[in-house]
Write a protein that binds this ligand. Structure first.
Ligand SMILES: NC(=O)c1ccc[n+]([C@@H]2O[C@H](COP(=O)([O-])OP(=O)(O)OC[C@H]3O[C@@H](n4cnc5c(N)ncnc54)[C@H](OP(=O)(O)O)[C@@H]3O)[C@@H](O)[C@H]2O)c1
Length: 217
């Protein structure tokens, strides 16, 4: 039986991936700031604020009891502030804290104690991490930085990591809206993306590493 850590498990893509893993009989530990709506015998939820060092310490303290041994992690927690300019350094810091450093700090601290040696990581990233973005520079930089962290980490430790660009998915973070007539992309549902993510996790355990699957813009 496999056990997975899923960040961003309270909604959208992270929640859908957690449900997909549970549906096939795996165990899931979900983390987020607000409680996840997922309920299942094999699901445990913990509060974790990706932007807070203290929150990370408290999460690791709470894990001492169950002493989890994760087969891998899904990094699905994230933010993209569409309301405010992402050119301000304060916005850049916010995006780096949540999208990048929150995962880095947890993984660095938890890897020796709570992950199996041959663990795999799936980064739910964005096409913008590759293309850059005039509108969302802080978002695209912070996602690219997270990908590069895991690429670097996989050179140091015996982990595999892969990256999923989910395309446009209707979630709280990216609500469904009318698209212009010349926009070739449509909104997917989170449950359409989740099976691809689970397949990538399985391939990661089989040794696939450094691969990106791009499901569209
Ligand atoms: N939807 C898309 O079109 C799309 C496209 C490309 C990439 N993505 C990526 O997919 C991932 C999931 O996003 P989504 O679209 O599913 O959006 P969502 O429904 O808003 O989910 C975002 C998740 O991240 C968590 N989160 C946000 N800030 C956090 C913080 N400070 N600490 C801990 N958890 C935090 C949220 O939980 P709490 O608020 O409860 O903390 C929530 O579970 C994101 O990384 C996003 O960049 C999405």
């Amino acid at each position: 039986m496999r056990t997975w850590l899923v960040t961003g498990a309270s909604s959208g893509i992270g929640e859908a991936i957690a449900r997909e893993l549970l549906n096939r009989g795996d165990s899931v530990v979900g983390v987020s700031r607000t409680r996840s709506p997922v309920t299942a015998d094999k699901f445990r939820w913990y509060e974790y604020d990706l932007s807070s060092h203290q929150s990370c310490i408290e999460l690791l303290e709470a894990w001492k009891g169950p002493n989890w041994q994760f087969n891998g992690m899904v990094a699905a927690g994230g933010m993209n502030d569409r309301q405010n300019s992402q050119r301000e350094s304060v916005s850049m810091l916010d995006h780096f804290q949540v999208n990048c450093l929150g995962h880095v700090r947890l993984f660095e601290k938890a890897l020796p104690y709570y992950f199996r040696e041959d663990t795999t990581v799936l980064v739910v990233s964005s096409y913008l991490a590759k293309a850059g973005s005039a509108e969302y520079p802080a978002y695209s930089m912070s996602k690219a930085a997270l990908e590069l962290y895991f690429r670097s980490k996989s050179r140091l430790d015996p982990i595999t990591y892969n990256v999923l660009y989910p395309g446009r998915v209707a979630t709280k973070g990216n609500p469904r809206r009318m698209l212009s007539a010349d926009d070739p992309n449509t909104f997917k549902e989170p449950c359409e993306v989740a099976p691809v993510a689970v397949w990538m996790l399985d391939q990661g355990l089989r040794g696939m590493t450094g691969q990106t699957i791009d499901l569209g813009r």
